[in-house]
Design a protein around this ligand. Structure first.
Ligand SMILES: [Zn+2]
Length: 288
């Protein structure tokens, strides 16, 4: 009986990057210009911390090393509030743009800044734009060797700029002989179709009822935990507009930003949420 099953605790995550660092704009905003642009990530993270506090939930903040270096007080506030500070790499370069050694360097650079600020071990990683896929067969091994406990970096779906359709939908151990776990971004399956259901544009652009249905389907029909992710810029209707970006990217980036806080309140209220490291531990226990 579905109604008698324990409700899975889902993973709550924020990918901490600013409005000018998103993958969709990387061809029109040069990395070299970032320091000339208005940093808005701190005020937006504070608003997210207030939302999480109001809902009484803890989550994981996958943070760029570049951002942490410029906003150390914000990182301390995140950690002091009981949330997990994890890594989103240094400056949002996708994993498939590195070779194995370059990826290890990017990981180490981001982690040392994050750990120096919080004094706590960083054990989780999310690849920029879910960019661990069939092109990067070495990536999980590099993470396991560096002592990470988990990654949440795979999208088992075809998307216009990412995806690894053959990957498992739920947590798996990608490195033989290691306890290291990959927790793919959540998908929902219905009538032979698979849809991305983990957050981002899916959560923001479609009515809340669609996300509610998809997450309920995963928690009840699949009887598995889901995860969700969003970005600080997604709650910021006043962010500067990037006029040079392609229309399709602008439509996706700027739509329905003002509706996000209330949608997030409903999401946090309607499902059980926790940190990603707790989800990884629960999945590891289930697999062993
Ligand atoms: Zn990102």
């Amino acid at each position: 009986m579905e109604g008698n099953r324990p409700v899975p605790i889902n993973g709550l995550s924020v990918d901490v990057e600013d409005w000018f660092q998103v993958g969709a704009f990387e061809n029109v905003i040069d990395r070299g210009s970032w320091d000339t642009l208005e940093l808005r990530v701190e005020r937006n993270c504070d608003a997210i911390l207030a939302l999480f506090d109001e809902a009484g939930v803890k989550g994981t903040f996958f943070t760029l090393g570049w951002v942490a270096q410029r906003c150390p007080a914000m990182i301390r506030r995140i950690a002091q509030a009981g949330h997990e500070v994890a890594s989103h790499g240094w400056d949002h370069a996708r994993v498939f743009t590195f070779d194995r050694a370059g990826f290890a360097d990017d990981l180490a650079r981001a982690r040392s800044v994050l750990q120096d600020i919080t004094g706590q071990a960083v054990t989780g990683y999310r690849a920029p734009s879910f960019s661990i896929d069939a092109r990067t067969p070495w990536a999980h091994a590099v993470l396991a060797e560096a002592g990470y406990c988990y990654s949440s970096s795979v999208a088992p779906i075809v998307h216009d700029h990412y995806g690894w359709r053959e990957a498992p939908r739920f947590a798996f151990r990608p490195v033989a002989g290691a306890d290291f776990i990959e927790i793919p971004v959540t998908t929902a399956e219905w009538a032979g179709r698979r849809m991305a259901a983990g957050g981002g544009g899916f959560f923001r652009l479609f009515p809340y009822a669609v996300s509610h249905w998809a997450l309920t389907r995963v928690n009840r029909h699949d009887a598995r935990p889901a995860l969700t992710y969003f970005h600080p810029w997604e709650i910021d209707p006043d962010q500067p507009r990037v006029a040079q970006a392609p229309l399709r990217s602008r439509l996706r980036h700027y739509s329905r930003l003002g509706a996000m806080p209330d949608k997030l309140r409903r999401l946090l209220r309607d499902f059980a949420w926790g940190r990603m490291d707790a989800l990884a531990a629960a999945e590891a226990a289930r697999m062993s």
